[in-house]
Ligand binder design. Structure first.
Ligand SMILES: Cc1ncc(COP(=O)(O)O)c(C=O)c1O
Length: 386
């Protein structure tokens, strides 16, 4: 029997009709855009993420664009991003005619290397063509980036910090969420994400009141918000007073209804994912070049369980023949992609990223992965004589 890579139907069945009931209620309720479920979910999400504000939006890509728009990032600005990530992290930067600068990652955590970041910033300053404005750190595969070190660098250079937690939402460092250090956390509710909905969705979390207001405005076509109405009266709906260029990026009511139910079980699922990852580590360590390295104090949500192997493609073929699906994140890092190769790279290049692309392979991982199935996967990896 083929094993699913991520088994979302198992989760749906475990929740025993709660999601279907919530969707039904949202449909019958009729407030399909910005309905009460959206407000409810935003409150629940803020409480979970220990944030003053949580705002839903259409997807995790828009979630990254919203703060760039609020901060007026544009021509002549440099935004520092890893290359070993999904395209969305860098994609939003040229939307506003700013330039993404690619930074190498740490060989153990696969997250942005603070030393490489500092070298990249110094390189941009030396060149003198662009102003370093923002760092987007990614919680790759669910593991928090090195926020204490990255935040210290951002403070030194007067830069903003975005935590792209599309994969890692729920991850912590010594019990603290990335927002303890970042100006804003962004996330995605794409179905395969650890906290996913049944379509597209995203959110931002921040403790910055002004930033939250600006994003609330920008996500609805730049509608007037509190700060805009201090010295002005407007007697119609505020969405018909447009104060800034915005976009249409709202979380659907039906998706919010799904997410309210999923968030209730999310802390428990993070625990299960950690138990599954620990079991994988133990079973696989003797058979592969590297199992994931999560530094003490860090909690990953295990969006992916990713190992390294000297014959990665051989292992993938072997596992496929045994009914075990795998995935490669990411076979081509962004700085080598046709769309992005023109953009600058940090001083010293990206040797770690370029090595990882040929070695990493992700195995099935989800909260409902049972031990018998996991044992089959471990045995299949162990039986590869590459
Ligand atoms: C690191 C990262 N950033 C951003 C995104 C974009 O999220 P979305 O697909 O919801 O736009 C994703 C996921 O797809 C991602 O993995």
């Amino acid at each position: 029997m083929t094993i699913p890579f991520i088994d979302l139907q198992a989760q749906r069945l475990r929740l025993a009709g709660k999601i279907e009931a919530a969707v039904q209620e949202a449909v019958v309720g009729g407030a399909w855009v910005m309905g009460p479920q959206v407000r409810q979910f935003e409150q629940d999400l803020a409480a979970f993420g220990k944030a003053k504000h949580a705002l839903g939006c259409a997807n995790g890509t828009d979630a990254l664009a919203l703060p760039l728009m609020a901060w007026d990032i544009g021509h002549g600005d440099a935004v520092f991003v890893p290359s070993f990530t999904f395209a969305a992290t860098a994609e939003v930067v040229p939307w506003f005619h700013a330039v993404p600068v690619f930074v190498d990652v740490d060989p153990k955590t696969y997250n942005m290397d603070p030393k490489a970041l500092e070298a990249a910033i110094e390189g941009v300053l030396k060149e003198g063509k662009r102003k370093p404005r923002v760092v987007i750190a990614v919680d790759l595969f669910g593991q928090p980036a090195d926020y204490p070190a990255i935040k210290a660098i951002c403070d030194r250079y007067g830069m903003k910090l975005i935590a792209d937690s599309a994969q890692g939402f729920g991850c912590t460092i010594d019990g603290r969420h990335p927002l303890e250090w970042a100006d804003i956390t962004t996330t995605s509710f794409f179905p395969a994400k650890p906290l996913g909905c049944y379509g597209d969705g995203g959110a931002v979390l921040t403790n910055d009141d002004l930033l939250a207001e600006l994003i609330d405005s920008i996500r609805v076509h730049g509608k007037a918000v509190g700060i805009d109405l201090k010295d002005r009266t407007f007697e119609h709906e505020t969405k018909y007073l447009n104060m800034r260029i915005g976009l249409n990026s709202r979380l659907d009511t039906i998706q919010a209804a799904v997410l309210i139910e999923k968030l209730k079980v999310f802390p428990q699922e993070i625990e299960w994912r950690n138990r599954i990852a620990a079991r994988y580590n133990e079973g696989l360590r003797p058979h592969v070049a590297a199992v994931p390295d999560v530094p003490a104090g860090n909690i990953s949500n295990w969006a992916q369980y990713t190992i390294e192997h000297d014959d990665r493609d051989g292992l993938a073929a072997h596992l496929k023949a045994q009914g075990v699906p795998t995935a490669v994140y990411y076979p081509i890092p962004l700085h080598l992609q046709p769309a992005y190769e023109r953009y600058p790279r940090g001083a010293g290049g990206l040797p770690v990223t370029e090595r990882l692309k040929d070695r990493v392979i992700s195995l099935p991982m989800h909260a409902d992965l049972d031990e018998a199935t996991q044992d089959r996967i471990i045995a299949a990896v162990a039986s590869f004589k590459g």
